[in-house]
Design a protein around this ligand. Structure first.
Ligand SMILES: C[S@@+](CC[C@H](N)C(=O)[O-])C[C@H]1O[C@@H](n2cnc3c(N)ncnc32)[C@H](O)[C@@H]1O
Length: 250
């Protein structure tokens, strides 16, 4: 059933509630599973994002769909003292865990965690020097609206840097990737017990299969351009398992 539904696309009625329920359900083992799913590569992707951010010392930064805060922690370390770092997420439980993790870290700046919706960011136009986001776009009800909001809250000259899953183009790599994703789905089942959420797919069924029908690469760059990032481009990481999109607000 899940496969059938996913083939119809990644948008469906009740998606916002479903997504909140998915992340509330998996919050407590999200980090552990993330590390397994990415084969430990996730930290490298986030370091790459920081290199693309350039000099953000003391700047105003926003991480949208911050989850348990991993990207926000990198931003805080890079932006350092005197900077402002805000992490927004729609799922309160993910933010509780982010805050708990933060209390065990020695970051140069206190992160401001806020419950909020990427589709309607509660900030003035032209506020931030950097907006980051990781693996959230697959989960929103309107991708263009989310990227348009990122553009709106960035100050002129500010940068957006977004990481999202993609699919390897090379046939051989893709073959291995498909096998690996099936394995990840099986591992996910150990955590989520295959339990249906809101009468739909189990959490890891969603997270591993929602890449089907989801735009990536040049198709996603078009979305960033439509949102106003004229210079949008992307970097392929880990043989195409992840793309990192970068754009600047004029
Ligand atoms: C796959 S997790 C990624 C978390 C984090 N960025 C990371 O790198 O691990 C996706 C996150 O996006 C959040 N999210 C989904 N839809 C959202 C929305 N409309 N507004 C804000 N956050 C949203 C979820 O609650 C979840 O924490």
């Amino acid at each position: 059933m899940a496969e059938e539904e996913l083939k119809k696309g990644t948008q469906f009625e009740g998606k916002e509630e479903y997504i909140k329920d998915v992340f509330t359900e998996i919050a407590d083992y999200y980090d552990e599973m993330n590390d397994i799913m990415s084969m430990g590569m996730v930290q490298g992707w986030h370091k790459f994002m920081m290199r693309k951010a350039g000099d953000i010392s003391g700047k105003k930064c926003l991480d949208v769909g911050t989850g348990t805060g991993e990207i926000a922690f990198h931003v805080a370390r890079t932006a350092g003292p005197g900077s402002t770092v805000i992490g927004v997420d729609i799922t309160p439980r993910m933010l509780e865990l982010a805050e708990k993790k933060e209390s065990e870290l020695d970051l140069p700046v206190k992160i401001d965690w806020r419950v909020g919706d990427a589709l309607k960011l509660d900030f003035e136009d032209d506020t931030f020097d950097l907006v980051t986001s990781g693996y959230m776009l697959r989960n929103v009800c309107d991708i263009l609206q989310a990227v348009t909001e990122m553009h709106r809250v960035l100050a002129p000259g500010g940068k957006v840097i977004v990481a999202e899953l993609s699919k390897p183009k090379n046939a051989i790599v893709r073959f291995g990737y498909n096998i690996y994703m099936k394995r990840v789905k099986r591992m996910g089942r150990k955590y989520d017990k295959g339990k249906s959420i809101d009468g739909r797919h189990s959490a890891y069924e969603w997270l591993t299969t929602s890449i089907e029908g989801f735009p990536y690469g040049e198709d996603m760059v078009k979305v960033f351009k439509r949102a106003g990032f004229d210079d949008a481009h992307f970097y392929v990481k880990s043989f195409g398992a992840v793309n990192i999109y970068v754009g600047t607000k004029k």
